[in-house]
Design a protein around this ligand. Structure first.
Ligand code: HEM
Length: 145
């Protein structure tokens, strides 16, 4: 009886957890970012390990795909900008995101060549682009994430 209760509780938690995780992101763009975040964490951890390049490429596809999808959304911070500055703000965000997508392409090429020294450099540049993008385009209350 106890085991059945335990299994039931486990099944419930497994069923509920993706919903809870999806609800963490407050915007659709935030949802794309969350997906990038977990994949990028793995990439960073194993970028120097050439034996993991195939897996790194799989994770990179997740980052790149979600970065491309992010181009279709506008940052929530836009609504806090004066009306006259909003179009420029969105254009700058899109330019930043496009540059990030380009870095994903460069990382893909380096990994396919098996050049992990170059790959690590590009990975660092992606981390810098993340920081810069958040500084400029992300609302204050989310900057700590
Ligand atoms: C490795 C690259 C990146 C990672 C791992 C990442 C991760 C994240 C995470 C975890 C959030 C919080 C999501 C939430 O729960 O709301 C976020 C939000 C955000 N990020 Fe990124 N990010 C990356 C790159 C970028 C770049 C390059 C830009 C802009 C050019 C950007 C712009 C934003 C914006 C605007 C938000 C706030 C979402 C909104 O306004 O709806 N991020 N990001």
């Amino acid at each position: 009886m106890k085991i059945r209760t335990l299994l039931f509780a486990l099944a419930c938690s497994l069923a509920v957890s993706p919903v809870v995780r999806a609800a963490d992101a407050e915007t659709e763009l935030g949802g794309k970012m969350e997906k990038m975040s977990s994949a990028f964490r793995v990439i960073r951890r194993q970028i120097n390990d050439a034996s993991k390049n195939a897996d790194t490429l799989t994770k990179l596809a997740v980052v790149k795909g979600n970065a491309e999808a992010s181009l279709k959304f506008e940052p929530a911070l836009k609504s806090e900008k004066p009306k006259g500055d909003q179009a420029k703000f969105v254009e700058e965000y899109q330019a930043g995101m496009k540059k990030f997508v380009e870095l994903c392409g460069k990382l893909e090429a380096a990994l396919k060549k098996g050049d992990n020294t170059e790959a690590a450099k590009i990975c660092g540049a992606m981390g810098d682009a993340q920081k810069a993008g958040h500084k400029e385009f992300k609302k204050d209350d989310k900057k700590k994430k």
